[in-house]
Design a binder for this molecule. Structure first.
Ligand code: F6P
Length: 350
């Protein structure tokens, strides 16, 4: 077969592991040819690609980012979709493996419906894709955040300051939740549960008094309870209609300082969480996803996505993965909410 591969959306530790596995499996097991498209959907849209050889992917497993480049290009409109299909035909590509999140895989579904053989590979550090228990990149992001919190905690304790650490998570609080638990934060704020600033002030002040430090972990997409404060995070909008968020930690830190009198600073981890070398777990998951995608194509599958199901790798319909986001469930908040300083009674259903 001639298999096309591309990476779309935000970069993510482990992307190169998937690319490497696809090239290795395809060439060594099936004698395939692998064509790598550059910069997400922009590659097939503009006809920019390269043939991937075993030599090209030899040392990329520990590398962050993606050797193919990425973009948030959307090709959902019929004209662009037709251009991409024509490009795949011109390149003699038999099947495509798009690696991406809900947006990239949503477009993949449209292509599958148009008759292109497609198997998607789920990717996001946010871990919020349905149809898979976990995505690669997530454990790396959490590990980076935990190391950062461990570092700023010493300053928090030495200066008796509150410290608000902002992690990624636009719609789902998985990274914040794991980081807050792993770092015993006094409060962990996630998009699923609107927060109450006065309650956070109380937790920070008590913690500074009792143990000298106070860490608050906040997901970038967390929002205050309706009516408690104004928080307009509206930034630029990408081609898929997502608003750029970020910066809420600074706002919260200023409010804690103003309301409680406890000096509080903020740190935004931002893209630090998405960069650098993947954890061993993410390298292994990425590799298994890549192998399963190539095997699936040779079994004639299409319109599906590889997925982590317990310790096994399975296949689910793309529609299942792109229908709704997998946010933190209420059951988990009930289980760990008290430790996180979250009142599960406030749980907002989506
Ligand atoms: O979807 C992954 C993610 O890292 C989100 O957590 C974040 O809001 C977004 O991407 C940021 O994207 P960009 O790097 O394009 O600003």
């Amino acid at each position: 077969m001639k298999i096309g591969v591309l990476t779309g959306g935000g970069d993510c530790p482990g992307l190169n592991g998937v690319i490497r596995a696809i090239v290795n499996r395809g060439i060594s097991t099936y004698d395939d040819t692998i064509l790598g498209y550059w910069d997400g959907w922009r590659g097939p849209l503009e006809g920019r690609s390269e043939t991937l050889t075993l030599a090209r992917v030899r040392d990329i497993l520990p590398l962050g980012g993606t050797i193919l480049g990425t973009s948030r290009t959307n090709i959902a409109d019929p004209e662009r979709l037709a251009t991409v299909i024509a490009q795949l035909q011109a390149d003699n590509v038999d099947a495509l493996i798009p690696i991406g999140g809900e947006d990239t895989l949503g477009v993949a579904l449209r292509l599958a419906e148009a008759g292109v053989q497609v198997i998607g590979v789920p990717k996001t550090i946010d871990n919020d894709l349905s149809g898979t228990d976990v995505t690669f990149g997530f454990t790396t992001a959490v590990q980076v955040a935990v190391e950062a919190v461990d570092r700023v905690r010493t300053t928090s304790a030495s200066h008796h300051r509150g410290l608000v650490v902002e992690v990624m998570g636009r719609h789902a609080g998985w990274i914040a939740l794991q980081t807050g638990l792993a770092c015993s934060a006094v409060a962990t704020l996630i998009p699923e549960v609107p927060f109450d600033l006065d309650a956070i002030c109380g937790l920070v002040a008590a913690s500074i008094q009792e143990r000298r430090d106070a860490i608050v972990v906040v997901a970038e997409g967390a929002l205050p309870r309706a009516g408690t404060i104004e928080n307009d995070q509206g930034g630029a909008v990408d081609e898929f209609g997502h608003v750029q968020v970020g910066g809420i930690a600074e706002f919260i830190a200023k409010e804690i300082t103003r309301r409680s009198g406890v000096e509080t600073r903020s740190v935004v981890l931002g893209h630090v969480q998405r960069g650098g070398t993947p954890t061993a777990y993410d390298r292994v998951l990425a590799t298994r996803f890549g192998v399963a995608a190539v095997d699936g194509l040779h079994q004639g599958k299409t319109g599906v996505m590889v997925s982590a199901q317990g310790s096994a790798i399975g296949i689910v319909p793309l529609a299942e993965a792109t229908g709704t986001l997998r946010t933190v469930p209420r059951q988990l908040i009930d289980e760990v909410g008290a430790i996180l300083g979250i009142d599960s009674a406030d749980m907002k259903y989506k």
